[in-house]
Design a protein around this ligand. Structure first.
Ligand SMILES: [Ca+2]
Length: 278
């Protein structure tokens, strides 16, 4: 969970400044390295920062997993969207993976130097942005599939579409920042992840990306803001009511501090909370 990118340092310092003494959890990496400050448990923000916290993946061993209740099959209508701020467009890096073992799945991340969506079974590209947006700044990524056409939106605009043959089956694993806990590790920030079992329109995506969501909505199977800041290395699924017994909560690094993405103050441009039903 070391901070590799110097640009993240101000965020870390800002988080620490707001954390107060003893509020965080201090963990120690293997070896003689100085202790990392694990910011997966951090104080609630009270300064009106709408974006709250983001997850920071170190590209070394950080990842997260989640439940998959109600998640769409690879061949079913769906929308997956998130904000990312990647360090580089080199190597293969997964933002989010919904897969069934290695037999079927949808993977969204960086591949061949650009934002790409590919299938797990054959590894074939479903859709890819012609040009990768610049590293080191926030970009919104959304993927939709309507049983026929794959569409990739970057920063609210359609970047590419295709009718490539994809995988078909229902996922039994969900990974953030990796394909399997050890490979295709993501280096960068992530915030506002949403998984829908319906197709959102271009207009929906353009509107949604600029707002936090007020809560449960039809077809919204998971919504992770990473803002529930005192949760023992877990992040709540905000798409469900707090009392809902089936929630697709996120677990950071399988509960192992060294593998947990840190929480950092988010400056993702998500604007204000959307109006209910909006
Ligand atoms: Ca957030």
């Amino acid at each position: 969970m070391a901070f590799r990118a110097s640009r993240l340092a101000p965020l870390l310092l800002a988080s620490l400044a707001g954390a107060g003494c003893g509020a965080g959890v201090v963990a120690r990496d293997a070896g003689n390295a100085p202790p990392d400050v694990a910011l997966f448990d951090v104080p609630p923000l009270t300064d009106g920062n709408v974006a709250g916290y983001a997850l920071s993946f170190d590209g070394i061993n950080d990842y997260a997993t989640s439940g998959n209740a109600g998640f769409p099959a690879a061949s079913a209508p769906q929308t997956i969207s998130l904000w990312v701020n990647y360090v580089a467009t080199t190597a293969t890096q997964d933002f989010i993976v919904l897969r069934l073992d290695l037999d079927s799945g949808v993977q969204i991340g960086i591949r061949s130097g650009t934002i790409t969506v590919w299938r797990t079974f054959s590894g074939r590209t479903l859709v890819a942005a012609p040009i990768a947006p610049a590293a080191g700044e926030w970009h919104h990524v959304a993927y939709t599939f309507d049983r026929t056409t794959h569409v990739l939106y970057v920063d609210g605009a359609m970047a590419a579409s295709s009718t490539a043959t994809g995988d078909e089956r229902t996922p039994n694993q969900v990974w953030l920042g990796t394909v399997d806990g050890s490979a295709e590790l993501y280096s960068g920030l992530m915030d506002e992840v949403r998984v829908w079992s319906i197709v959102r329109s271009a207009a929906d995506i353009q509107k949604d990306m600029l707002h936090r969501d007020p809560g449960p909505e039809p077809g919204l199977m998971a919504y992770w803001t990473f803002d529930d800041s005192q949760n023992g290395g877990r992040c709540d699924d905000m798409s469900k009511a707090p009392t809902d017994p089936i929630r697709n909560d996120v677990t950071l690094g399988d509960g192992i501090a060294e593998r947990m993405p840190s929480r950092v103050l988010s400056d993702a441009p998500v604007g204000a909370v959307d109006a209910p039903g909006g």
